[in-house]
Design a protein around this ligand. Structure first.
Ligand code: SF4
Ligand code: SF4
Length: 182
């Protein structure tokens, strides 16, 4: 058993009844994560996407979750108000079976990081920009096992290694190191 440590668990509750599909959350998320910050906005780069079902006029904000190197073999179907939704419709994963939650240029996976920044924000940007209060931010403290927290860089490197092979990535890093020295 590893050591226990205290961890702040951050959650965003989504109230579908209040979401009107304005997509302000997509716009601000992509702008906040642009480099430099706020230099552009492109919802395709957002870590939250609003899925719209036109017949029922339902909007469902979905947060980008974990990177998955293979598509899953078992899938879930959702029925809401008698309408069946696409098997992957509400999935949070950045996975090979679709383009959602991937950087459009590089194909690297996107994941919601709760707007981690220094200094920290009081509330994530999408929550601040949701004028309809469909997104509600909450924090709670939990005791968890000490574990290695996988950062964005590690996840990005893993996806590159899956795509090009580890040796090619290592060769590229070695070339970059040499050119930086020179
Ligand atoms: S900003 Fe709020 S109301 Fe607008 S699409 Fe996003 S969650 Fe829905
Ligand atoms: S919490 Fe931040 S990173 Fe996550 S979807 Fe909202 S704006 Fe994007």
């Amino acid at each position: 058993m590893g050591e226990k440590k205290k961890k702040i668990v951050k959650t965003i509750k989504v109230d579908l009844d209040k979401c009107n599909g304005c997509r302000a959350c997509e716009v601000i998320c992509s702008a906040f994560h642009a480099a430099p910050k706020y230099s552009s906005n492109n919802p395709a780069r957002s870590r939250i996407r609003v899925i719209h079902e036109p017949l029922k006029d339902i909007y469902v904000p979905i947060y980008a979750g974990e990177y998955a190197k293979a598509e899953c073999t078992g899938r879930d179907k959702y029925t809401i108000d008698g309408k069946e939704y696409d098997e992957c419709g509400f999935c949070r994963a950045s996975c090979p079976s679709r383009d959602l939650f991937k950087e459009p240029d590089s194909g690297l996976p996107l994941k919601c990081d709760m707007c981690e920044s220094d200094p920290p924000l009081e509330e994530p940007m999408c929550v601040q920009w949701c004028l309809n209060d469909a997104l509600i931010y909450e924090e709670r403290e939990e005791e968890v096992e000490e574990e290695a927290v996988r950062g964005e860089m590690e996840i990005g490197l893993e996806s590159l290694a899956d795509k090009y092979g580890l040796q090619k990535i290592m060769d590229a890093v070695a070339r970059m190191a040499i050119s930086k020295k020179g």
